[in-house]
Design a protein around this ligand. Structure first.
Ligand code: PLP
Length: 403
């Protein structure tokens, strides 16, 4: 197959700016911080235009190949990606919509980041990938790596829902439950690097997941006709998506595809695990480890994020904020949006809705402002309450009660 061009020039430490060579296996920088991929944006802009992009048949994130680091098209790993829809929620806000990432392969937006991490692993010849996960990342890693013929080992907190653990195993990973949280799982992955020889694919510990998540921002801009909403509510765990979108917006601005105001980036966490919110309130750049983290929104149960300073930077630069919502508000939001709009959000997505309602109530936004909520996974992957009645087929059916 043909040689695609990539416009990657180098990688760069997100904290010190130190340069690293492209086309080599990299984890964190020497400073222990995430690496960011840098491109020759002038050359990129000459190679692709909004108009050529509009003519592409490919619906998913691989349509943005020029903005991505994969050099050879045959290394793209695909499972039928789609452009995820913006679903309006007009009963709540005239210009409120949810970007439904649950339509992606493996039912979550983790597909974006892991497809890129796996494609780059394939390109760089890695044979065995390991990661800690609260569920969705492990499923996406397992699926894309199996597709690419790469072995995977995945560690989940012991209380990860059965459906996540089983889908990970079915899609080809060796999966283990750990009696701890995601950071405890991460330690085991780190320790196994030398002992087993696997590559550590933890959030932000390899450079390419951010590039995959970046496509959420490019896609949103393209969907809206190359402009952005006033506010973006993002359920924040490790923060890859928020950091990635912010990077996308800067790259699009640099090539002149976006003009005008940048959106306010709003980092949403759960009250039971809100390290970024605390750091934002305290006005500091780094978040402390959150003790006794708990929330029904498993995807954002992340007590410590290695990219904390990048999340906080994006939130502050954008004029946004960080906010926490309690589990009761998350569950209530999920129930109401499903009942009133027919849209089943995942708990993390429901958290963004609760945060949007709070922002409107607090006067930070008007209900008529254009706002996008990120529903990062399908609501079907999560435990749901049983609300069914029952009928005895051999008895007398009480139709009056059903009228
Ligand atoms: C992983 C995950 C998140 C958090 O995403 P980050 O970009 O790592 O902050 C939010 N929601 C869901 C459903 C997830 O799976």
């Amino acid at each position: 197959m043909s040689h695609t061009q990539t416009f990657v020039t180098h990688l760069e430490c997100s904290a010190t700016g130190k340069r690293y060579e492209a086309d080599r296996v990299h984890g964190l920088s020497e400073a222990g911080k995430p690496l960011l991929v840098r491109y020759d944006l002038d050359a990129l802009a000459k190679a692709v235009s909004k108009e050529t992009l509009a003519t592409r048949q490919e619906g998913g994130f691989w349509r943005y190949a020029e903005f991505l680091p994969v050099r050879r098209a045959e290394n793209r790993v695909a499972l039928g990606e789609v452009m995820t829809p913006l679903v309006p929620l007009p009963r709540f806000g005239a210009k409120l919509s949810a970007k439904d990432e649950g339509r992606l392969p493996t039912g979550s937006f983790k597909a974006r980041g892991l497809a890129l991490a796996v494609a780059m692993a394939k390109e760089l010849g890695l044979r065995h990938l390991a990661m800690p996960t609260n569920g969705n990342a492990g499923a996406a890693l397992a699926a894309y790596a199996s597709r690419a013929g790469i072995r995977t080992t995945v560690f989940c907190p012991a209380d990860t829902p059965e459906i996540n653990v089983r889908e990970i195993a079915l899609q080809g990973a060796d999966v283990y439950r750990v009696n701890g949280l995601i950071n405890d799982c991460g330690k085991i992955v780190g320790q196994g690097k030398d002992k087993v020889g696997w590559f550590d694919t933890s959030t932000l510990k390899e450079p390419y997941r951010i590039e995959g998540k970046k496509t959420m921002g490019i896609e949103l801009a393209e969907q809206l006709g190359w402009r952005l909403p006033k506010a973006i509510f993002y359920p924040t765990g490790g923060g890859t998506g928020l950091i990635g979108m912010w990077k996308a917006f800067h790259e699009l601005r640099a090539i002149g595809w976006l003009t005008g105001e940048m959106p306010k980036m709003i980092a949403v966490q759960a009250s039971g695990c809100a390290p970024i919110v605390k750091a934002w309130q305290d006005g500091v750049d780094h978040a402390e480890l959150w003790q006794d983290a708990h929330t029904v929104a498993a995807g954002i149960r992340v007590p410590a994020a290695i990219g904390d300073f990048l999340i906080l930077d994006a939130v502050r630069q954008s004029g946004g904020w960080a906010t926490a919502v309690p589990d009761e508000a998350i569950v209530d939001a999920r129930d109401r949006v499903a009942r009133e709009e027919g849209m089943l959000l995942c708990p993390e997505g429901a958290a963004t809705f609760a945060a949007w309602e709070k922002a409107v109530a607090d006067g930070l936004l008007s209900a008529d402002d254009e706002a996008v909520l990120f529903n990062c996974a399908t609501g079907l992957k999560y435990p749901m309450p049983d609300k069914a009645g029952s009928v005895d087929k051999d008895g007398t059916v009480d139709f009056a009660a059903m009228a």
